[in-house]
Design a protein around this ligand. Structure first.
Ligand code: DGJ
Length: 749
């Protein structure tokens, strides 16, 4: 009790001075808060830091009550392996003399205000060896996200130390009825939501692909603390690792504790720290919501738009991508025709996908040419400038597809530089797509230059390229680098990503305005390690509107609509073979960043006319959808016959950085409802809206009627926010058939 009183005094001082000073600690409780969340760490010089609390916001006065009532978990915030280690630890090293232990003790603590947030840094040092660990917690200004990471330094003057484990986060909670929500999948079925109750033992989610780290499971989880996960109620923790390679998350349930560990996957990744060098782990970014999973998502979306998506507050163009329209059959005439048709529909940007490059080996399928990034003269005699001219003539912008981290064994690049490819010396190469795809060695600075030059040359020669789609269709297959020294081969997974980050930093420094999409055989790279360099991501190669409802539902838990590329494709769908009405396909795609992935010349006049009206409608609702707050209303996973989401125009959009935004207007809210199954005498739920002002009236407007003069029965009705949220809408008269749908604007009266 005395100790706690001591801490109370020091904590009070720190709370009042933290913005200004750095402190030599004696014993103190540090409170780091965002508007809706708080984190409490107890730190005492010479001891180990303790995480006491991460949850709903508390103030300085409540902090004392939290600790004295025993609510604090008092668990080590970054436990090291070696001494008294009988459970999981966050960090492990091999000292130069073979000693496997690390005994960290606090030296100093500093809590400081930075331009983009408040940072708490706890500096620790081993009691015997010159190994230091700084643990950071950062509260991002104006958001409800706190991130955490560590920097491990080998301060020895001569000897190296080897890291064998290096988590970013090690968070302990009181155990209750804990449910884990995560997003597993496969090609064409990424971010499929899975919710399971945690029981005694460990649940591990990991990735070992090396490159495509979000196809099989996204590095993001939600955890409920007391009961089943709900959209709009309950305490939910959400966290995502900002890393784009192998990762591991462990949820460890033991006795009365739940520990969540997250970090780079240490499997086959022992990392040697030479004397005087440091290792920084990626950020683990987290929030805590008292309003269910929806609260977690909205906090992540706002934060992502502001801090973690390149130019995240910009409105995105409506684009046509050539892939499903022509696949590899690219030529000037075909591209011109697509651009002209898309311009006539009101489209804004055309993206020429795979198939445009290679002369010695023209790219006609997936088995040749990656690495040979010159325009195929035979297919495109006018070059890229010819395409840009054609785009301009049609009043749209031009973008292009690349896969710059790759080569094919049948390519001029591989003929010139076989040593640039990841390989195990003297062993046969493993190949991927087309039987010939191989991965370049991005640990090698010469290869980094090559990848940078792919973008730089295209941009220097064609400065009007507006957009690039950066693809990656291969995992890291062969675990070997001819560049890395023999005793550093285990750095490969990590150094590859660092090489990639370094290339992306150079590209962003030179081309800050270029719009770049992250793609990896679909949604294989949707993570906050990569997204700071990218404007958007390709959600999945599966463009089937029905399956997209599920995929986009999953993605929306952590990633905002402004980045979620969502395209209308052909009937029947090329991946699932499903036939759905064009209106349904548009109504699904319009709930993300709208695009098309279709051959316009195959559309009939009625469909073209509908597409033209739907594109015009999307332009009206774009600010609300892309920059608004998402409310997930009816889950497709609950099999209630329909699924629904809505977006509410955000104050952030209206008052970005304190400046009123007058460039575009947008409806107060947009509602999407999709009928996903159809039976006679089916009980359909009433859809209760969220996020509206109960005191305001809203006029409903059907944005995508199949026939312009025949809107749905809800069109023109004026209802109060209170009614819409408490009573809801009966959609039965509107959704009468399978794959019927509605997209409604709500305008304030
Ligand atoms: C995989 C992507 O996900 C597709 O959209 C397309 O760009 C192909 N690669 C091209 O090879």
């Amino acid at each position: 009790m005395n100790n706690r009183t001591t801490r109370k005094t020091v904590a009070a001082v720190l709370l009042s001075q933290c913005a200004l000073t750095s402190q030599q600690v004696v014993a103190a409780d540090y409170l780091l808060s965002t508007p809706k969340t708080s984190l409490v760490i107890t730190a005492e010089t010479g001891k180990r830091p303790l995480l006491q609390y991460y949850g709903a916001r508390i103030d300085g006065a409540e902090l004392q009550g939290l600790l004295s009532s025993g609510f604090g978990v008092a668990a080590e915030s970054y436990p090291a392996f070696g001494l008294n280690s009988i459970t999981e630890r966050a960090v492990a090293v091999r000292q130069s003399n073979g000693d496997l232990s690390l005994d960290l003790a606090i030296e100093t603590v500093e809590q400081k205000q930075h331009h983009d947030g408040e940072v708490l840094e706890i500096r620790m040092k081993d009691k015997m060896y010159p190994v230091c660990v700084s643990q950071f917690f950062k509260a991002y200004a104006g958001t409800d996200i706190i991130s955490t990471w560590v920097v491990i330094t080998n301060a020895d003057k001569k000897k190296a130390v080897t890291l064998t484990r290096f988590d970013s986060a090690f968070l302990t909670f009181h155990r209750g009825e804990n449910w884990l929500t995560h997003f597993h999948g496969n090609w064409g079925a990424e971010t499929t939501m899975d919710e399971e109750r945690l029981t005694n033992g460990q649940k591990v989610i990991d990735n070992r692909d090396g490159l495509v780290n979000t196809e099989t499971d996204n590095p993001s989880v939600m955890l409920t603390l007391n009961g089943r996960p709900e959209e709009n109620h309950g305490n939910v923790f959400g966290g995502a690792l900002a890393w784009t390679s192998n990762y591991v998350f462990k949820a460890d349930c033991r006795n009365d504790r739940l520990i969540l560990m997250a970090g780079i996957n240490p499997a086959h990744s022992e990392y040697t720290l030479d004397a005087g060098t440091s290792f920084e782990t990626p950020e683990f970014c987290m929030t805590f919501s008292t309003t269910g999973k929806g609260g977690v998502s909205r906090a992540f979306h706002r934060w992502a738009r502001r801090y973690k998506l390149h130019d995240g507050n910009r409105l995105h163009d409506i684009l046509l991508n050539s892939w499903e329209g022509v696949y590899f059959k690219v030529n000037q005439e075909g591209m011109d025709a697509m651009m002209q048709a898309f311009g006539e529909l009101g489209g804004e940007l055309f993206v020429m996908d795979d198939g445009w490059f290679g002369n010695k080996y023209p790219r006609n399928n997936g088995s040749t040419s990656l690495g040979d990034w010159e325009v195929c003269q035979e297919k495109l005699p006018g070059g890229i400038q010819g395409l840009i001219d054609s785009a301009k003539k049609n009043g749209i912008k031009f973008g292009i597809w690349i896969e710059p981290e790759m080569a094919n064994t049948k390519s001029e690049l591989f003929e010139r530089h076989p040593e640039w490819v990841l390989q195990v010396k003297d062993r046969e190469l493993s190949t991927g797509r087309g039987g010939t795809q191989i991965v370049l060695d991005l640990t090698n600075p010469a290869v980094q230059d090559h990848v940078f030059n792919v973008v730089d040359r295209l941009m220097t020669e064609n400065p009007e390229i507006y957009y690039m789609k950066w693809d990656d269709n291969s995992p890291l297959r062969d675990y070997g680098s001819l560049y890395l020294p023999k005793d550093r081969q285990s750095h490969l997974y990590i150094d590859y990503q660092r090489g990639l980050y370094s290339v992306l930093q150079r590209i962003r420094a030179k081309y800050p305005k270029l719009i770049i999409q992250a793609c990896a055989g679909g949604g294989g790279r949707i993570n906050y390690g990569l997204l700071p360099y990218f404007d958007e991501f390709w959600t999945s190669d599966d463009t089937d509107a029905l399956q997209r409802i599920y995929l986009q539902w999953g993605v929306s838990h952590f990633y905002p609509a402004v980045g979620m590329a969502s395209h209308v494709s052909a009937n029947r769908n090329h991946q699932t073979g499903r036939v759905t009405p064009l209106k349904f396909r548009f109504d699904v795609a319009m709930s993300g960043r709208l695009g098309m992935e279709i051959q316009p010349k195959d559309m009939n006049d009625t469909d073209r006319e509908f597409a033209r009206r739907a594109i015009a409608a999307y332009k009206e609702i774009r600010p609300t959808v892309q920059l608004g707050d998402l409310y997930r209303l009816v889950s497709p996973y609950e099999h209630k016959g329909l699924a629904s989401v809505m977006y509410v125009r955000s104050d952030e959009f209206q008052q970005w950085n304190g400046t009123p935004r007058t460039d575009v207007s947008a409806p107060a809210a947009v509602l999407f409802v999709w009928k996903i199954q159809h039976f006679i005498n089916e009980l359909l739920p009433v859809v209760q809206l969220q996020g509206l002002d109960p005191a305001k009236n809203y006029r409903l407007r059907d944005l995508t009627p199949t026939e312009a003069d025949k809107p749905c029965p809800l069109n023109g009705q004026v209802l109060s926010g209170r009614f819409l949220m408490e009573s809801g809408l009966d959609l039965r008269p509107t959704l009468k058939s399978e794959y019927s749908s509605v997209c409604l604007a709500l305008e304030e009266e």
